[in-house]
Design a protein around this ligand. Structure first.
Ligand SMILES: [Zn+2]
Length: 74
C-alpha cells in the first residue's frame, strides 16, 4: 500500500502515437478543407441555383442533411 516514485514515473509513460506537429497540422487542414467543401456543396444547391443547372437531384438527395445543418429550403 505504499506508492513509490518509480510507479508514478511509469504511469506517465503512456503509449502516444508518433505524430509530428507538422503531420497533425496537415491532416487537420485537409479535414477542415474537405468538410468546408462538403458544407458548401450541401448549401449551394437551393433548387433555384443548382450545381447541375435547373436539376434538383442533388437538393433532394441531401435534403435531410440540409435540414440537419440548418439550411432553409421550403
Ligand atoms: Zn426541406
Amino acid at each position: 500500500m505504499t506508492a513509490s516514485t518509480h510507479t508514478t514515473a511509469k504511469a506517465r509513460s503512456l503509449a502516444v502515437p508518433d505524430l509530428s506537429v507538422a503531420g497533425a497540422a496537415v491532416w487537420l487542414s485537409l479535414t477542415v478543407l474537405l468538410a468546408a467543401l462538403a458544407y458548401y456543396f450541401l448549401g449551394y444547391d437551393q433548387g433555384a441555383v443548382s450545381v447541375f443547372g435547373s436539376d434538383t437531384h442533388v437538393h433532394e438527395f441531401v435534403h435531410d442533411a440540409r435540414h440537419f445543418l440548418g439550411f432553409p429550403c421550403h
